[in-house]
Write a protein that binds this ligand. Structure first.
Ligand code: BG6
Length: 480
């Protein structure tokens, strides 16, 4: 009702994620009148920061046009800050008093969202303290958790069990921000709302699927954190595997979160654990001109680290739709460009009568420059009858000129406020995802027998990649 109120508590409010993503996303929603009425934000972190300082740090990371300046001021008026510890009752009681103070004048239900932008070492005590001292007694409580959700099957289960002691699965929102990206959200519609894609979406017509993530930057001082995780955990096990499940899943019975996630879990369960033969690992060295440091030069990284900053892996889904079809996932830092895309390569035309046909491909470009395009054969216009490759091209910049694509975090925070969990990771989904990677990760890290292939900062990919993808059936210049 109009008397209800909602407070979002941002834990880790003085950290990079909060300034870079959480607050700007909340402002983006505010600006578009998408936040609920009687809404406030309480930042919480260890550092003692004056409120005015805190607000100027928040606003320095928000892009606001001249017309939006007034809105930004209104938004900042809704922000407060409390400093405290993550493992101390007194601190949480102070936080609770601040939240109570804001909500006391509203007579309706008092909802609370807890956004944990925190390092994993304090996840558990913080979630416990929140439950004990800050939990709303009359209203919805929602807990947003950021990765890493553990490091392997066992540690992830430990974390899940610890969270489950205080929070119901129904209240927990595990963020994978790729699920908030426009083109990732588009995948289900492309597949399930178009009769022609639905008809060919199987092993009979699809030859292979490639899902690629590239970044032109290295670890940029985050090496200490990164070295403990590596690219497989940082990108592949979460972001790329999520995309894979949406590309591969059966049509859910409804769009309800449980129906969607049931189908995703089934895909994951049909994938066998990876072995060393299924992967190619790389690590970046310095750029050839010496201007960019290699991974081992990052201060936080041990000099003998074998942590991969690039990985390619082939997944096979053992079910009726996909048996034998490779899903090749590739991700790497310090490569030649920023690009995330899904590329579906179709089978050869049976009984082909044209010389040098190329395979059809459907590409969904997630970023940058969102697009859906299809490579197909077309008659060379004019008097020739040659079949040539052309493109059906839906580039968003051209087709949807006036639409601003929202940041993934805006979309996901809005989902939390609406209680929609379809784009969040369920506990059994996480478990199934870890099972695919855990034996391989233990093998890489325990025996350290697999040395990553060194590639130069800014290279297109490690040299071994072409052979790797070909071994798994991809034809780069797929003419036949
Ligand atoms: C994060 C990873 O989850 O995703 C980072 O920890 C990576 O290493 C980032 O840079 C990429 O996200 P985006 O949205 O910039 O593609």
């Amino acid at each position: 009702s109009a008397k209800d109120s909602t407070v979002v508590v941002v834990l880790g409010a003085s950290g990079d994620l909060a300034f870079k993503k959480t607050y700007p996303a909340l402002f983006g929603l505010y600006k578009n009148s998408l936040l609920p009425q009687n809404f406030s934000i309480v930042g919480y972190a260890r550092s003692a920061i004056e409120l005015a300082d805190f607000k100027s740090r928040v606003s320095s990371r928000i892009k606001a046009s001249d017309e939006e300046k007034k809105l930004l001021q209104e938004f900042l008026d809704k922000c407060t800050y409390v400093s405290g510890k993550y493992d101390e009752a007194e601190s949480f009681k102070r936080l609770n008093a601040a939240v109570d103070e804001i909500q006391k004048s509203f007579t309706g239900r008092k909802h609370r969202v807890f956004y944990m932008a925190l390092p994993p070492s304090v996840f558990i005590p913080a979630s416990q303290g929140l439950k004990e001292w800050v939990y709303a007694s009359d209203g919805n409580n929602r807990l947003i958790v950021e990765k890493p959700f553990g490091k392997d099957t066992e540690s992830s289960r430990e974390l899940a069990n610890a969270l489950a002691q205080h929070w119901k699965e129904d209240e927990i929102y595990r963020i994978d921000h790729y699920l908030g990206k426009e083109m990732v959200k588009n995948l289900m519609i492309l597949r399930f709302a178009n009769v022609f894609f639905g008809a060919v979406w199987n092993r009979q017509y699809i030859h292979n699927v490639q899902i690629t993530f590239k970044e032109p930057i290295g670890t940029q001082g985050r090496g200490g954190y990164f070295d403990e995780f590596g690219i497989i955990r940082d990108i592949m096990q979460n972001h790329l595997l999520q995309i894979l499940t949406i590309v591969a899943m059966e049509k859910p019975v409804t769009l309800d979160a449980e129906d969607v996630r049931n189908e995703k879990v089934k895909v994951l369960r049909a994938i066998s654990p990876l072995t060393v033969d299924d992967v190619l690992l790389g690590q970046y060295g310095p750029s050839p001109d010496g201007k960019e440091e290699g991974y081992l030069d990052d201060k936080g990284v041990p000099k003998d680290s074998v942590t991969p900053t690039f990985a390619a892996a082939a997944f096979y889904i053992k079910n009726e739709r996909w048996d034998g079809i490779p899903f090749i996932l590739k991700c790497g830092k310090a490569l030649d460009q920023q690009k995330t895309e899904v590329r579906i390569q179709f089978q050869d035309v049976p009984g082909n009568i044209y010389p040098s046909l190329k395979r059809n491909e459907l590409v969904v470009r997630v970023q940058p420059e969102e697009a859906v395009y299809m490579k197909f054969m077309n008659k060379q216009p004019g008097l020739s009858s040659t079949a040539v490759t052309s493109e059906l091209d839906l580039s968003y910049a051209r087709r949807y000129k006036d639409v601003k694509i929202s940041d993934a975090y805006e979309s996901l925070i809005l989902d939390v406020l609406n209680g929609d969990k379809a784009n969040f990771v369920r506990d059994d989904e996480l478990d199934a995802a870890w099972k695919i990677f855990t034996p391989l990760l233990h093998e890489i890290e325990g025996k350290k027998t697999i040395k990553p292939e060194i590639y130069a900062f800014g290279q297109r990919a490690p040299d071994g990649l072409s052979a790797f993808v070909e071994k798994h059936g991809f034809r780069r210049d797929a003419a036949y």
